[in-house]
Design a protein around this ligand. Structure first.
Ligand SMILES: Nc1ncnc2c1ncn2[C@@H]1O[C@H](COP(=O)(O)OP(=O)(O)OP(=O)(O)O)[C@@H](O)[C@H]1O
Length: 446
């Protein structure tokens, strides 16, 4: 009701626990009764891949409801996006003119439309969803948040009523109620509140009100979902060092080794612990490329060594933001089908991506902080499935890595696995061959 605007909602719940449906379902349910199309739900996400994923969920849930769903990510030209978003760019309409009920977007492109698309208006917003909220709040993206919040609020000086030149031209413009009337002060004056409800989601959402202040939340309710076993008391109550809940079905391991042995440890996991359907996280695009080549050379040498032509080689592919979107989609599809066993990536896909077949996550390079760790390992053990997370820790990083786990009250959950020289003995000859080939290729390239 206009006099009782909705309370805002913050949700911190483990990775893979279904946060997307937690906002898609009510939005679709509530907006399905709308009569005319206005931009009523805006979902902001940090990456294009996530926009595509959330769009698919909206389309699946909203099928047959007649809601129009749009995206704005910069994947298409600006003019094309404009034509998808607004019906009319020529006439200036105070109420805007939206072709979509729900818009899913990245913040940069959203700001471009706020600045550059006539009749693109947020005044009718009923829902503003900020998914992966901690990540989006941490990055300024042209101060997108302040601009979006300003576009949702009625202007301080209400818009003047247009001069109605003819009885045939009724008051035109379907302005949102809080934007509509000229302000006539009365004794019962109340400030106008937009009826936009803000919904924030993340597996690592801060509970520090100071950090959420920029959102101007209204009587926010903060929901924290913990695992059933009550593990990690005090989750999200700490302000200095936040603690987050992990999926209960996740097993976590670490291997501490010399830096030079990390590739061999990965190959050991592949060949002796059945690690496939795996996401492997590295720290840089360069280290991704080297690792993919090394796995390829190793698998060639290993298959040859088996003397069996049908020996199934592990297929690893690099997945990076440099690849064109079409190619990225293709690689993900091959991975989903099991034609690719291992995707090697930077933290680009460490957040939000939902691929049910991922059974292992390997942090080939240690994550820089606990948040990154939570999101990486959360690519497996989703929706009640089991999964394993492995972290390869260089000896000199062990102290640091353990300290971030300890601060998050999580050290006990991560089991240390010791791998001796004997364990990798059978792999070593093929590994040496692969290293020699890698050196050759990289020295030729330089
Ligand atoms: N009630 C449910 N029963 C079974 N599966 C569900 C249910 N709700 C959601 N899922 C599935 O769980 C998977 C994970 O959901 P989702 O991607 O929303 O997780 P998330 O909480 O947003 O995780 P992240 O923090 O990693 O983004 C999805 O494939 C979704 O379809």
């Amino acid at each position: 009701m206009p006099y009782d605007p909705p309370r805002d909602v913050c949700v911190s719940a483990p990775t893979g626990s279904g946060k997307t449906l937690a906002y898609v379902l009510p939005i679709v349910e509530i907006l399905s009764t709308r009569i005319v199309t206005r931009l009523r739900a805006l979902v902001v996400l940090p990456t294009r891949d996530l926009v595509t994923q959330v769009r698919e969920t909206f389309e699946a849930v909203g099928k047959g409801r007649g809601l129009k769903i749009g995206t704005a990510t910069g994947h298409h030209s600006f003019a094309h996006e404009q034509s998808q978003l607004v019906a009319d760019k020529s006439l200036e309409l105070q109420g805007g003119s939206s072709k979509v009920d729900i818009l899913i977007c990245t913040p940069g492109r959203l700001i471009d439309h706020l600045h550059g698309t006539p009749n693109f208006s947020l005044q009718h917003l009923r829902f503003l969803v900020v998914d992966e909220a901690d990540r989006l709040l941490a990055q300024s993206f042209q101060d997108w948040l302040a601009e979006v919040l300003a576009a949702v609020r009625p202007p301080p000086n209400p818009l003047p009523l247009p001069v109605i030149s003819s009885a045939l031209l009724p008051y035109p413009d379907a302005l949102a109620p809080s934007f509509l009337h000229p302000h006539i002060p009365t004794d019962l004056d109340e400030t106008k509140e937009p009826s936009c409800q803000k919904l924030l989601f993340s597996a690592t959402l801060t509970s520090d009100p100071g950090k959420l202040k920029a959102l101007g939340l209204r009587e926010a309710k903060y929901f924290v979902v913990r695992s059933a076993d009550g593990e990690q008391e005090g989750v999200a109550e700490g302000v200095a060092m936040e603690k987050f809940t992990m999926p209960a079905t996740l097993r976590e391991h670490m291997i501490v080794c010399e830096s030079a042995l990390k590739p061999l440890m990965l190959l050991y996991l592949i060949h002796h612990h059945g690690v496939k359907n795996a996401l492997v996280f590295t720290k840089s695009a360069e280290s991704t490329a080297r690792l993919v080549r090394l796995v390829e050379f190793f698998e060639d040498a290993w298959a040859k060594g088996q003397g069996d032509r049908r020996a199934r080689k592990i297929v690893a592919r690099a997945y990076s933001s440099d690849l064109p979107p079409g190619e990225r989609r293709g690689i993900l599809e091959q991975f989903r089908k099991g034609e690719v066993d291992m995707l090697v990536a930077s933290d680009l896909i460490s957040r939000g991506i939902d691929i049910s077949s991922v059974s292992h996550v390997v942090s080939y390079d240690v994550p820089v902080d606990m948040r990154k760790y939570v999101h990486r390992v959360g690519r497996t053990a989703r929706a009640g499935r089991e999964g394993d997370a492995w972290t390869l820790v260089e000896e000199q990083e062990a102290r640091y890595f353990k300290s971030i786990l300890k601060a998050a009250n999580h050290l006990e959950r991560v089991k240390r696995m010791r791998v001796s020289e004997k364990d990798t003995q059978d792999l070593s000859p093929f590994y040496d061959t692969a290293l020699a080939r890698l050196r050759e290729v990289f020295s030729r390239a330089s």
